[in-house]
Design a protein around this ligand. Structure first.
Ligand SMILES: Nc1ncnc2c1ncn2[C@@H]1O[C@H](COP(=O)(O)OP(=O)(O)OP(=O)(O)O)[C@@H](O)[C@H]1O
Length: 309
């Protein structure tokens, strides 16, 4: 019997490729043994509802087609459910940090073929208050950047928009008093920002969390202490090469759980989307969702399996 997949796609994502490719994507999935029904999202929050319903309706596979925003919503729609089907990713958005971390091809045909081959890997998911994230959570200066980049601009010039906007933001950097507490450490001081990552691929910085593993049950936490603009630029440049953790202004550690509070109003960024404000408790839910991955690197992963085997 054919397996049933639910394809949740954002028709406006990236260069709107899904609008053109849908019949071919469905045909390719069908040939690969998936009877697929679709849900085109209509706006914010819709992919989350669609994913929640797809779990309730017992689909064998959920495919998130779009950018990081769509995947974030799908993960949020599934996070609370006791039975979670595996997730395939079609990275058709402007930013696909998480798909890149998993080595999922940008080419839609290759990405569909990868889904059909069906090698899955359990991936850690972060929970913060009542929300979930799969790639990164952050707060402080700079992390408000992602919602400020207009969507149109991102579609037109892609990743570059972040850097242009990032440079524009530099003069607005300001330290914020925060209290961070985990079993491993406690900090109570002014910081520029905190980043809590699951993968090592964030906004073009592919060596940000050098020890990050996707299913070790641990977050990699980076805290940038109060520093001035030239120091900040130096650290950002070092971060591109993965050398930032040597800087005395950078605190880097791993933990399963972290509490953060601040007397200031601090927004939390979850996978590039606005995810509430501090105070917050970040908890790592180990191996919470199975994601279809590229099998070429599988020998280095633990607990992989092939769908249907
Ligand atoms: N039909 C729609 N029209 C407008 N926005 C939508 C629609 N469907 C979903 N969205 C919103 O688009 C957001 C971003 O989508 P996604 O990350 O998939 O693509 P993207 O190309 O990276 O997008 P963006 O450039 O907006 O970041 C989603 O979080 C969702 O809120």
């Amino acid at each position: 019997m054919a397996k049933r997949a639910r394809l949740i796609y954002n028709p406006t994502s990236g260069r709107e490729e899904m609008r053109k490719r849908l019949p071919e994507v469905l045909q390719r999935l069908e040939r690969g043994g998936y009877e697929t029904s679709t849900h085109a999202t209509i706006g914010e929050g819709d992919a989350m509802l669609a994913a929640s319903q797809a779990v309730d309706r017992g689909f064998d596979l959920i495919i998130a087609a779009g950018g990081d925003g769509t995947l974030y919503e799908v993960v949020n729609g599934m996070g609370e459910k006791p039975n979670r089907p595996p997730v395939g990713i079609l990275p058709l958005g402007t930013t696909n940090d998480f798909a890149r971390a998993l080595n999922i091809p940008r080419d839609w045909e290759d990405a569909v073929d990868l889904i059909v081959r069906g090698y899955t890997r359990p991936i850690d998911v972060g929970k913060v208050n009542q929300k979930y994230f799969i790639n990164i959570a952050g707060g402080g200066s700079m992390t408000e950047l992602t919602y400020e980049v207009p969507s149109k601009l991102k579609t037109m010039i892609g990743q570059l928009a972040y850097y242009v906007k990032g440079l524009e933001m530099l003069p607005r950097l300001r330290p914020i008093h925060m209290h961070l507490k985990s079993d491993e450490m406690e900090m109570n001081e002014e910081v520029m920002l905190f980043l809590i990552t699951n993968s090592n691929s964030v906004g073009g910085f592919e060596k940000l969390a050098v020890d990050a593993s996707l299913n070790d049950g641990l977050f990699d936490v980076i805290v940038l202490k109060k520093c001035n603009l030239p120091e900040f630029i130096k650290i950002a440049t070092m971060a591109l090469k993965g050398e930032h953790t040597n800087d005395p202004n950078v605190v880097y550690f791993q933990t399963r759980k972290l509490e953060i509070s601040s007397p200031d109003y601090v927004q939390i960024n979850l996978d590039g989307e606005l995810g509430g404000t501090l105070p917050a408790v970040f908890t790592n839910l180990q191996s919470h969702i199975e994601i279809i991955v590229d099998e070429s690197g599988l020998s280095t992963y633990k607990h992989q399996r092939r769908l249907g085997s």
